[in-house]
Design a protein. Structure first.
Lengths: 162, 162
């Protein structure tokens, strides 16, 4: 797809996060399975359901801007997930692996915070008010997921691993 | 390197960001060159100098924890940079490309914010007080770079592209 305007760039980035969210839906079950700490396991399970809702919300956003939901290969999220899976397979100690997975999940959240922050700004500028509102809902969910991981890390994951 | 403890994971992650920072040092000159808006160009140039300082600071952190500065291939940053370069080459319109580059740079900043946030927490937990202090300095620089990009985007880049 040729990108010639901010509208094109907005749609391109929507497709990028749509691809990313679906990769995350695929990655989270094995992270939940491998998590040893019950709180971390629960966080991953809850975030899996939340992410499925974010995929649905993106599909609604595509509809609002008269585009078909379609993914655009996103090397960034592929790299972040590849790094996570490599680390998960390399660490035998359960507490250390939990700390690594929580940190990796925060890298994923921050990627999404950056992208949704951009998408909200562009949607507003382009006059897509309803789309901007929906994207802002997801942005808040991602920030909250990141904050929960920080708290879980501070409260025990890192202490268990130290 | 086998990862068996939080200390190992900390050193592994240091190597990951050391690799990442050096990739960013390589990527920023062409972003600065391609930026059409003079403010964005200046932001990239300034951040290049700041990033070189962050590489030096990481080398000092390696010294503080008795490790040799060494990079560990980081697929996450490679993916983020590959995506940026692909977009830069695909967009002919200068204002749209500026908006895309500013957004891509924010994805890079957020990756680093996630990683340095984790590194500061782990350094404190492991008793590496001086290392934690240095890592926190970089964390603040990355947050500030991200905020500057947000302001530049709001003030004019996105408007120019819309």
């Amino acid at each position: 797809m040729a990108i010639k305007s901010l509208q094109d760039l907005f749609v391109h980035t929507l497709k990028d996060v749509y691809f990313a969210e679906r990769q995350i839906v695929k990655a989270l079950p094995s992270m939940a399975e491998k998590a040893s700490d019950s709180e971390l396991k629960k966080l991953f399970q809850t975030h899996l359901e939340e992410t499925k809702g974010q995929v649905d919300r993106l599909e609604a956003v595509f509809g609002l801007v008269n585009e078909r939901p379609e993914g655009e290969k996103c090397p960034a999220i592929e790299g972040i997930i590849a790094e996570t899976e490599e680390l998960m397979s390399e660490i035998d100690d359960a507490d250390t692996r939990d700390a690594a997975m929580a940190a990796a999940a925060q890298a994923v959240e921050h990627y999404e915070i950056a992208r949704y922050g951009t998408l909200v700004a562009w949607a507003e500028l382009l006059g897509h008010k309803d789309a901007a509102k929906k994207l802002a809902e997801t942005l808040e969910e991602e920030k909250s997921a990141d904050a929960k991981l920080t708290r879980a890390g501070q409260r025990k994951l890192n202490q268990q691993a130290a």
